[in-house]
Design a protein around this ligand. Structure first.
Ligand SMILES: C[S@@+](CC[C@H](N)C(=O)[O-])C[C@H]1O[C@@H](n2cnc3c(N)ncnc32)[C@H](O)[C@@H]1O
Length: 429
C-alpha cells in the first residue's frame, strides 16, 4: 500500500519521528521517494491513519495513493492524468459518500522542489468539475491561495473537504506521478489549545511547542501504555502533558518552585480537558543533578527533556556570554548524565534538546563538547537511517547526529539528540 506523508517545516525531525514510530509499532516500510515536503512510503499493511495522525507532531497530512504513472521529465500532471478522472472513478475512489453539495480541492506536491506546477491544480480541478457538472452534479472546487500549489490543513479542515468530498492529491516526480486522496489532516486547533489555552504560561523560561514535545517522545523508543517517562527539567510541563496524551505516566521535576507550580496548574487543566485518569503524573522540586536521590524509584522507561538553556537572552548574546553559558551547562550535564545512569536501565533512551545559537549562514553555536554523553557510556543514535541521509542530501542531520529545531522569532534554537544508555554487553568503561 502506498502512502504519502506531508512533513512539517522542520522536515528532518518530522521524518525521524515518523520512521521511529513505525519502528516502535513494528510496521515495515519502504521509502519510495522523499522530498523536504513529502515522503512516499510503501507498507505491506493498511495503516491506522487516525491514530497515527493524532500521535505525530510533525505530520501535516496523510494521503493514500491509489495509482502510479510513468512520467516524462517535463510532462505536466494534467497531461499525464488526461482521461484518468471519470465520473465513476471520482465517485467510487475519491469522493466521500456525502449526499449534499460536494466540495473538493486538488493539491500538487512536487518531489523535485525546483519544479513548481503552478496553475496545474486549478486546471485539474476544472477538468473534474466539468466531468461532474456534465452529470448534473453540483460541486464546489476549493483552490490553493496563489502562488501555493497545495491546500493548507486549515483550508482542508475549514471547507470540510474530507467530509463533503475530497482533497485529491498528486505527488509528482520527474519520472513518476502518484495520485490519491487525503485521509487525514493535522488538527491544528487542538495543538493550538494544548499550547495557548494552558492556564500557566512562562514565555520567559521558554515553552516547547506541543508538536515538538510529541516528536521527542516518539523518538524515545517503544514505551508501552502506563509506563513511566521522566522530564527532569519540566518547566511548565509541556512534555509531561504530551506523555499523558499518549497514555503513559509522567514524572516531572524542576529546580524551580514556580515551574512546579505552573506544571501542576497546567497538568490539572490538561487532565480535565482531555479526560485523563487521576494519578497519571507526579511532580517533584529537585535539582536534576540530584534527581536519582530525590524521586522515588519509579521504573522509568525513557527520559525526555528540554534541558535548561542557561540564562534567558532577549537579544543575540555575545560570543563570550555563549561560551560562559556552555561551560556552565557542560558542568551541569556532566552531573546530570551520571544521575540518568542511575535511573535508566541499559538500552533505554534519553531524548534531550540542548541550546544552539544561530549566528550566520544558517550556522549554529552549539555545546562544544559532548564528552558528558560518551564518557558515561551512552551512544548518540542516528535519528534517520544512514542510507536515507546518504541518498536524500537535503535531510539536515548534523555530523554529531542531532537535528536542529529553530524558529525565526527565537534567539535560541534547540539541538535534539537521541541518546541510548549502553546495553549491558557494551559496558566496558
Ligand atoms: C527551557 S525550560 C523547560 C521548558 C519546558 N520544556 C516547557 O515546555 O515548559 C528549562 C527548565 O529547567 C529548569 N532548570 C534549570 N536548571 C535546573 C536544574 N539544575 N535542575 C532542574 N531544573 C533546572 C528551569 O527552572 C526551567 O524550568
Amino acid at each position: 500500500m502506498l502512502y504519502a506523508f506531508i512533513l512539517g517545516r522542520v522536515y528532518t525531525l518530522s521524518l525521524a519521528e515518523l520512521l521511529e514510530t513505525f519502528a516502535n509499532q513494528g510496521v515495515e516500510y519502504k521509502v519510495i521517494s522523499c522530498a523536504p515536503e513529502v515522503v512516499v512510503l510503501e507498507t505491506p499493511v493498511e495503516l491506522n491513519v487516525e491514530k497515527l495522525q493524532g500521535s505525530l507532531g510533525g505530520v501535516i497530512k496523510i494521503i493514500r495513493l491509489f495509482d502510479v504513472f510513468k512520467k516524462k521529465g517535463k510532462e505536466y500532471p494534467s497531461q499525464v492524468l488526461d482521461n484518468y478522472f471519470t465520473f465513476k472513478r471520482i465517485n467510487s475512489d475519491y469522493f466521500s459518500k456525502y449526499t449534499g453539495k460536494k466540495q473538493f480541492g486538488v493539491s500538487i506536491y512536487s518531489l523535485d522542489p525546483a519544479v513548481k506546477y503552478r496553475e496545474e491544480g486549478g486546471r485539474i480541478a476544472f477538468q473534474i468539475k466539468k466531468i461532474l457538472q456534465e452529470q448534473a452534479q453540483s460541486v464546489r472546487a476549493v483552490l490553493p491561495h496563489f502562488p501555493a500549489n497545495t491546500l493548507s490543513s486549515v483550508l482542508v479542515s475549514e471547507n470540510q473537504l474530507l467530509q463533503k468530498g475530497a482533497e485529491i492529491v498528486i505527488v509528482a516526480g520527474t519520472q513518476r506521478l502518484f495520485v490519491g486522496k487525503t485521509l487525514s489532516v493535522q488538527n491544528y486547533e487542538d495543538y493550538g489549545r494544548r499550547d495557548y489555552q494552558r492556564p500557566a504560561r512562562d514565555e520567559h523560561a521558554g515553552m516547547l511547542p506541543p508538536k515538538v514535545a510529541q516528536a521527542m517522545i516518539n523518538l524515545a523508543g517503544n514505551i508501552l501504555p502506563l509506563e513511566y517517562v521522566l522530564d527532569p527539567f519540566c518547566g511548565s510541563g509541556t512534555i509531561l502533558q504530551e506523555v499523558m496524551l499518549k497514555g503513559l505516566r509522567a514524572i516531572g521535576s524542576d529546580i524551580d518552585e514556580h515551574a512546579i507550580h505552573n506544571s501542576e496548574k497546567n497538568l490539572e487543566w490538561f487532565r480535565n480537558r482531555y479526560h485523563v485518569a487521576p494519578g497519571r503524573y507526579k511532580l517533584f522540586q529537585v535539582n536534576a543533578a540530584e534527581v536519582s536521590l530525590h524521586i522515588p524509584r519509579f521504573p522509568i522507561k525513557a527520559i525526555v527533556t528540554e534541558g535548561t538553556l542557561g540564562p534567558v537572552y532577549g537579544r543575540v548574546p555575545k560570543k563570550s556570554e555563549i561560551n560562559q553559558n556552555f561551560k556552565d551547562l557542560v558542568k551541569l550535564y556532566e552531573q546530570v548524565f551520571k544521575e540518568f545512569k542511575k535511573i535508566l536501565s541499559p538500552g533505554l533512551r534519553v531524548v534531550i534538546s540542548l541550546p544552539a545559537y544561530k549566528h550566520k549562514n544558517d550556522e549554529y553555536d552549539s555545546l562544544p563538547n559532548l564528552d558528558f554523553i560518551t564518557q558515561n557510556g551512552y551512544t548518540v543514535l542516528d535519528p534517520i537511517p544512514q542510507d536515507l541521509t546518504a541518498k536524500y542530501k537535503f535531510l539536515k542531520v548534523t555530523p554529531r547526529q542531532s537535528i536542529i529545531y529553530d524558529r525565526k522569532d527565537q534567539v535560541v534554537a534547540r539541538e535534539i539528540f537521541i541518546i541510548q544508555n549502553a546495553k549491558i554487553k557494551d559496558q566496558n568503561f
